[in-house]
Write a protein that binds this ligand. Sequence first.
Ligand SMILES: [Mg+2]
Length: 235
Amino acid sequence: MDETLCLTIDAVSRWHNATYGTSYTLSSYSTYDWSQVWGTSLSEAQNRIRQFQQSPYYLTDMQPVPGAKEALTVLSAHYTICLVTAREHFASEATHAFLNHHYPGLVSHVYFANQNMTAEEVAASHGTHQKPRTKLEILQQIGARVLVDDSLEHMRICASGGVRVFLFDLEGQYKFNKIEGGDASLPKGVTRVTSWKEVADILVSDPHVKGHALRATRSLEEVEQELGVALEVSA
Ligand SMILES: [Mg+2]
C-alpha cells in the first residue's frame, strides 16, 4: 500500500512541513525510521504518525502512485490481486476508502499485518487479524506467490520464504530501499522495478515468472475459515 499504491511519504512530508515548519521531501527519507529523518525520539515519531493518520493529508488527500491503476487493471485480467499491508487494522476504513476511490474493483482482499503498533495498541487488539504478523505469514496463508513491495525488510523476509518479490523503487527515487554495494546482493527471486508498468509487463509476458506465480492455491473461503476472521472485501 504505502509507497506502492499511495504516495505516503509525500503526504506525511506535506503534513509535517505544515505542522512543524519543516521542508522535507521524498529525497529527505533515506531510512524507514522516520524518527531519524525528523530528529525525534521513536515515541515522538509514533505520536506524530498517529496525528498524521487523523489528518486530511492521510484520510483524503493522499495521492496514488502514478501508473499503478493502469498496471493493476492489466494484471487483474490474469491474477487475483490482494493487498497485504504493514498498516494497522485500525487504518482499515481509510485504506478501503482510498482503494475504492483510486483503485475501484481492482483489489480483491485486504490484509493488515499490524507491523507498527505500540505495546498499548497491541494489548488492546483482539484476534489474529489485529495482532502483528509478517507479510510472509499472510502470503503463505492466502497462497500468494508474488509480492510488489518497497520495503527491504518485507522483501528479505518474503524472499526467504520463496516469494517472488518485485522491489518497488518509483523512478529510482526511493533512497530508503537502496542496497549498500548495489543490487548484485539482492536475494534470489528479487527484482528491482522502477515503475508499475515494468511489473505488469513482466508478469503478463514472462512465461517463467507467470508459471511460477499467482492464483491463490486455496479458496478465499478456506483462508477465511483458517484465519477465523471475516475478511474485509473492498466494495
Ligand atoms: Mg510500502
